[in-house]
Design a protein around this ligand. Sequence first.
Ligand SMILES: Cc1cc2nc3c(=O)[nH]c(=O)nc-3n(C[C@H](O)[C@H](O)[C@H](O)COP(=O)(O)O)c2cc1C
Length: 310
Amino acid sequence: MVGYTHSAFRRLVAELGGCGAVWTEMLAARQILSENSRKSPWLRRRPEEGFMVYQLMLGPGDPLERIVDRLGEAGAEALDLNLACGSRAARACSAGSALFEDLDALRTVFRRVRRLWPHVLTAKIRLGRERPEWRLRFAERLRVLEEAGADAVVLHPRFFEERFKRRARHELFPWAASLTRLPLIANGDLSGPDTAQAQTEHFASVSAVMLGRMALVRPWIFAHWDKAGSVDLAAIWSRMCHYLTEDFEPALALRRLQMFTRYFAANFKFGHQFNGDLARATSLEDIQRRAASFFSRGPTTVPQPTLAGL
Ligand SMILES: Cc1cc2nc3c(=O)[nH]c(=O)nc-3n(C[C@H](O)[C@H](O)[C@H](O)COP(=O)(O)O)c2cc1C
């Protein structure tokens, strides 16, 4: 997730018990080719991080050979092509949702990456644009990904134009799975194991689940999937602060910590006040002072944070 699943956050997740696989932020060619892969918070990978998927924002004009070579040198084991993002930056280079829409370009780019990359290669998709024939177009694109040699598909079942409005349509997972031999990874509005367990008929056909925003709220959620446990929220926040200061220069570390806090605050009953206060911090010292003051008051937590508004 852009701005969030950087090296510091991945380190935190690993320390809290890890998860099956973690996706990097969506990476543009520029980030991959000009960054030092041993230091960059986008590219670096610590041994404890486990299985990591480098997510790419690629368009037909990008130097695919150089990008894939570079990631291979950096020790990547898995790549994912983002075909879901509708941001201006992605669309400007005909990547993300624009690539999903353009069937010929999609086929060409995916085949080229597949030829260059012998390891795990996945794609992240949405339902497409909402129009009368969207189901046909969706099925066609799944077929292209399958024929081009994808290993799995991550589906966030919303339309591009919805962004995060309405709800993820979990009831479409069985239909999507029936269209392809590819393993389907279900994503969107999952709060934890309960979401899937409450709708077994929708999730029976999927091979795995991917959590986005709730993983930012509860970075320990994967480790506690089968058995609940207690966590020390103040210690987790401090650890995040510490890891960010190690991997980012101070101004960026502060900004990333404020962004993380916006999600983490959903664990608390008065989290909006915590978030609002920390958003006003002007330095790393200041934000730590404000956080220490909040935690010293023994803030009330909520049993199940919600994704509403996040
Ligand atoms: C701030 C933010 C940044 C995101 N960045 C990415 C990204 O870089 N790549 C990607 O595939 N999805 C990205 N997403 C979408 C999430 O991966 C996920 O598909 C979406 O949030 C729905 O899942 P969730 O309900 O579990 O959060 C982002 C979402 C948010 C809120």
